[in-house]
Design a binder for this molecule. Sequence first.
Ligand code: PLP
Length: 475
Amino acid sequence: MIGATRGTLAGAISPPGPATLAQRSLQAVWHPCTPLKPGGAAEPLAIVRGEGLWLIDADDRRYFDATSSWWVNLFGHANPFINAALKAQLDTLEHVMLAGCTHAPAVELAERLSALTGGALGHAFYASDGASAVEIALKMSFHYWRNTGLPAKREFVCLRNGYHGETIGALAVTDVAIFRDAYDPLLMQSHVVMSPDARQAGPGESAADVAQRALGEFEALLRERAGQIAAIIIEPLVQCAGSMAMYDPSYLDGVRALCDRYRVHLIADEIAVGCGRTGTFFAWEQSRAEEAPLPARLWPDFLCMSKGISGGYLPLSVVLSRAAIHEAFVADDVGRSFLHSHSYTGNPLACRAALATLDLFEHNQVIEQNRLRAQWLAAAMAALGADARLANVRQRGLIWAADVHPELAGEGFAARFHQAALARGVLARPIGNTLYVLPPYAFDAAQAQWLAQRLHAALDFVLDPSPANEVCHAA
Ligand SMILES: *Cc1c(COP(=O)(O)O)cnc(C)c1O
């Protein structure tokens, strides 16, 4: 059957009888980020196993994981090196509480992450998901100011179109309407300031000019309210959930300088952009600080990591902070201590997966290799990027994105593209009209070409579903 997509096909021909895994899943599992339509939600893709870049279903169909399974996977699925490390850890210590106990994986990971900042940041505080890392940074910032005699500093600043997770505290500093609006009455009020998103450039304006404008707006707020503001939280270089909005690195230096001048903490949320995704291990390294040896003050005050840190294997998040922050919590008085408790904090298996991930970065020169991969991706996507139906073509490291003109995309573009790409062997999920790829660090030049061709064919079909643009999966 030519051009059929899974959702429609299943509805048309499923005989009565035992339900498929996808059908049972719709019944038993409340799927995230999936509207429960009265006519039945689109069936999920049932994956049986993973192998490098590929996810494989029960019929042995293979799908290129073009978004690294929601941006978590770094080195492909079922990576033999990480698998071996985890198997060894499993036979040694699966878990122990981290209050009053410790273990080698938690200590080594904390030491190695600190070393990656040249010692500027450290004191790793562990949790399991990104939103919790954000909660921890917000709580620590407020608590620091309280401990240092400035309890009035309790407000937070975030960027327009920024995303920091979906717990109540993290949503309060998130400005993506689709996730936030329903819960708005529950959320603390944050200050939302202009994003440096380079797509806002007016005629004759550069990305750096846009960054300066955004800094100007932040400074205007600081002049008024710095005495009440605890911290600003930003996603360095790319606002990923905010449709892969990219901006000029000069914003990082500017925001650091303003935070110093007005005594406000800077929280860098590297949950999506960390771990080599943008070309350096930390996206923050692309601030101008890169050109000079790093004095501690050029780093953010807090740095949150999650997603890729465990190679995409296990839930793990980490908040790193400056020594001066940690010192403000040293006291006999328990009220001055940071007591955030999480049952699985510092889980040895998750930390072991992260250590294996850092080993791979070192042994395989991943940052250098990714420079090549970024070039292969750019070359492969050139034809698609030149397509007049796309605008704002952009790339930072191993994130490529472009916006389909809204009048061409039409209703439900993301869902239609998702299905069309699946039929062509690619797992991709556009954000609104923004088409993007964020692949595992495991592809070669030929695979990048293959991916680009499949995406282009999917776009041709979605924007013009005529017979000429149809394909079968195996084509
Ligand atoms: C995904 C993400 C989060 C939230 O992480 P979860 O593990 O999904 O809670 C926070 N910030 C950014 C920038 C993210 O991309």
